[in-house]
Design a protein around this ligand. Structure first.
Ligand code: GLC
Length: 746
């Protein structure tokens, strides 16, 4: 038998062995679940569907429940959230082991961008367009959190968001479903590792299902009203990507969708998620969202709320107590079939078995491992790397950056220069027994980077908000003594995040006035803008010499900022979300429809879709970000100009580093379907490649365009392609299109 045939045969055998192994594993778990359920009372089954907050910290309106331990011992609680650390989780697990069937508790926490080692906020990480780095960030977060006794993270948040007034825009991956889907999958894989039950992994939870980021007016928790076509085309894809990546759980959302609260929405949870997508994990409500359906007005009381949620496919009730207080009666009164309870409990127990918690309920409670992983030097090193890759260079007049050692006196000014915990952003984790000493402030990071001959001066200048300008004189005096000024301004970290919607997204207080004052010294000013959302900063954009959008970069913020300021890392990040020129321009995003009277920025504004008092373009567009070097795009070649349905074509392009620094470029591919039964956006991101080039180096890269990239949801929600002409655009951003060509789908 020849070698090739043997190798192929062995490969086939190993693949079939692997899949039968997985099938057997699934079968054995199902058998274990079935056997356990035969022993459970209805009360104990309902207990598994009930999740309480631990009293360590609350991430929602808290209900103090004095008898949690008694309820756990009676088997009335299946999970706790906001409980971390091997000591505390082991303590609660010991209580659970006193219950009749010794069913272990699940411990959940919002490990959104790190546990102890804090990574950049997710929207900042999304600027890296680097799936490996994003996956590694989640991997490290999972390693540390699982070492801290946690089984389950309520992340990734995959809500598409196009309104920066919404504070939770900081938690996702921006405005685009293609980029958002890749990032959703990368984060799920990072958190969950290769297979469930690995001791250094977490169950992930894609949230908030669904369309929570489209809240009217960007007001958190507000209603969402959209066509099912838009829902399928823009807001569902990242959830589908998470499900395809094997996400263990889904969290539903606070908002109503077209008048039906997501928590009680059968279309979302049963028809789409558990039906069409065949999702096998379980659905948890958001904090109290079962009971909040009473406020929505879709149910009259907690009894009806429990009925609506469990019927719609919500398996676990976080903190509302509606399930605990009403499901028994609903079953006894034949309003809820026992089969629905069994289905929910089966989904939850399956995960507990997969995690190995029945074999060893204390598997994740190893204090030695906790100490080792929370002090692993590889983790901050990785955080520093991705933080530098999350910083967006928005402006660099006269190539002021990178700084070199010729600057002998640097003035570092602003209310965020010496801030420590601010750098963690929202949705950081307060780890039991860990202080903030490991966080590198911006001041500390710069001080460490400077050589002995450089003098670093400091002045606060002003507060983040308020109108007090008393500190201006001192700041001006400090700036006057310097060769260059670095000004660090922005929001407070609690100005974005949950329940942090803002009607005014300008940089708060008198911080831009401080910039104006500093510019009177004639010194060049580099501005660092810190925040969790796209902010409006007209004066800074027009007058600063250089601008770095530093978001909230986490525990290595100071080091990462220093790395970029001095060119140890040449910034490569690109915006995953459009920056409006004013709050009046919202919503603004790149993949808009052309309309019958397309907006033009020319003087004759008559009869076109634009504001008469504002440019039609955002301040900074989706996909925008500068580098210390420059790149030329040339030689776009298409393998063919005509393809039949189902065929694909290859587009190749050459990128050259035409500057003097090594750098990375995110080359973006956009398509425009010229004519469709549903109008198509002026362009849509369909692929990208991040490449590294030395000065003078060229690389030719290629993209394959097939059915998936040409398809869209038609009026009947069918995922189709339609014959016709397409524009193919290669750009350095959604507005900076460098090369264009056309092809026809026959
Ligand atoms: C919050 C958030 C959700 C979070 C949950 C638990 O209200 O909406 O994202 O996971 O409660 O903290």
């Amino acid at each position: 038998m020849n070698i090739r045939f043997t190798i192929i045969l062995l490969l086939i055998l190993s693949v079939s062995f692997q899949s039968s192994l997985a099938q057997n594993k699934r079968k054995s778990v199902d058998q274990k679940v079935d056997s356990l359920m035969l022993l459970m009372t209805l009360e104990e089954k309902i207990g598994q569907m009930n999740q309480y907050n631990d009293d360590q910290s609350a991430t929602g309106p808290e209900t103090i429940d004095p008898d949690k331990a008694g309820q756990i011992i009676r088997g009335e609680v299946g999970s706790l959230l906001n409980c971390n650390g091997t000591v505390r989780t082991a303590g609660w697990q010991k209580v659970a082991m006193q219950s009749r069937l010794k069913i272990p508790l699940l411990f959940g926490q919002d490990v959104v961008h790190g546990y102890k080692t804090t990574f950049p906020i997710p929207l900042a990480e999304a600027c890296s367009w680097d799936m490996e780095a994003i996956e590694l960030s989640a991997r490290i977060a999972a390693t540390e959190a699982s070492a801290g006794g946690i089984h389950w993270t309520f992340a990734p948040m995959v809500d598409i968001a196009r309104d920066p007034r919404w504070g939770r825009v900081m938690e996702g991956a921006g405005e685009d479903p293609y980029l958002g889907s890749l990032i959703a999958a990368a984060r799920v894989k990072g958190f969950q590792g290769d297979q469930p039950g690995e001791v250094n992994s977490l169950m992930a939870c894609a949230k908030h299902f669904a369309a929570y980021g489209a809240a009217i007016g960007g007001r958190d928790y507000n209603s969402v009203d959209m066509s099912n076509r838009l829902l399928w085309e823009v807001y569902l894809p990242p959830f589908k990507a998470a499900v395809d990546a094997g996400v263990a759980t889904i969290m539903n959302s606070f908002n109503d969708l077209n008048g039906i609260p997501a928590t009680g929405n059968q279309y979302l949870q049963r028809e789409i998620l558990k039906g069409k997508w065949n999702f096998s994990g379980f659905v948890v409500s958001d904090w109290g969202s079962v009971g909040e359906m009473i406020n929505h007005g879709s149910v009259a009381d907690e009894y009806e709320a429990a009925l609506s949620a469990v019927t719609a496919g919500c398996d676990m009730d976080m903190e509302s107590r509606c399930y605990k207080n009403n499901l028994l009666r609903l079953v006894k009164e034949n309003k809820v079939p026992l089969a629905l309870i069994d289905e929910a409990v089966r989904r939850i127990l399956r995960k507990k078995f997969e995690l190995g918690l029945f074999d060893d309920p204390f598997k994740y409670c190893n204090p030695e491992r906790e100490q080792k992983e929370l002090n692993n030097p590889a983790h901050p090193a990785a955080a520093r790397k991705i933080a530098a890759r999350s910083i967006v260079l928005l402006k660099n007049q006269d190539h002021l950056l990178p700084l070199d050692n010729s600057y002998k006196t640097i003035a570092f000014i602003g209310p965020l220069v010496k801030a420590v915990k601010q750098n963690k952003g929202f949705w950081d984790v307060e780890v039991q027994g860990v202080d903030s000493g490991f966080i590198v402030s911006q001041w500390e990071g710069l001080k460490r980077r400077l050589d002995a001959g450089t003098n670093l001066l400091y002045a606060k200048g002003c507060n983040i908000d308020g109108n007090n300008k008393d500190g201006f004189d001192e700041a001006i005096a400090v700036a006057a003594k310097s060769d260059v000024v670095i000004l660090s301004i922005g929001e407070r970290r609690d100005m974005s995040g949950e329940a942090k919607s803002r009607s005014n997204i300008c940089i708060p207080g008198v911080q831009e006035d401080l910039l104006k004052a500093l510019l009177t010294t004639g010194k060049p000013v580099i501005v660092l803008i810190n925040g969790g959302r796209p902010m409006v900063f007209d004066y800074t954009a027009e007058h600063a010499n250089a601008i770095l959008y530093t978001w909230w970069l986490g525990s290595e913020a100071g080091n990462a900022i220093a790395d970029v300021l001095f060119g140890d890392y040449n910034p490569s990040a690109k915006l995953p979300i459009s920056f409006p020129r004013s709050v009046g321009q919202i919503p603004i995003y790149y993949s808009y429809f052309n309309t019958g009277r397309p907006a033009t920025d020319d003087s004759n504004r008559f009869y076109n879709s634009s504001y008469n008092d504002l440019s039609i373009y955002p301040r900074y567009e989706f996909g925008f970000g500068l580098s210390y070097t420059s790149f030329a795009y040339s030689n776009l070649q298409l393998s063919t100009k005509k393809i039949k349905a189902g065929e694909s074509l290859t587009a190749s392009v050459t990128i050259t580093n035409t500057g003097k620094y090594e750098g990375e470029e995110i080359v973006q591919l956009y398509l425009k379907d010229k004519v469709g039964s549903i109008v198509r956006p002026v362009k849509e991101l369909k692929d990208f490649k991040k490449i590294s080039l030395k000065p003078g180096e060229s690389k030719t890269i290629s993209f394959i365009i097939g059915k998936e990239k040409l398809s869209f949801f038609n009026q009947n929600l069918e995922w189709v392609t339609e014959p016709g002409e397409f524009s193919l655009m290669i750009g350095a951003s959604s507005a900076d299109i460098r090369l264009e060509d056309r092809f026809e789908l026959l």
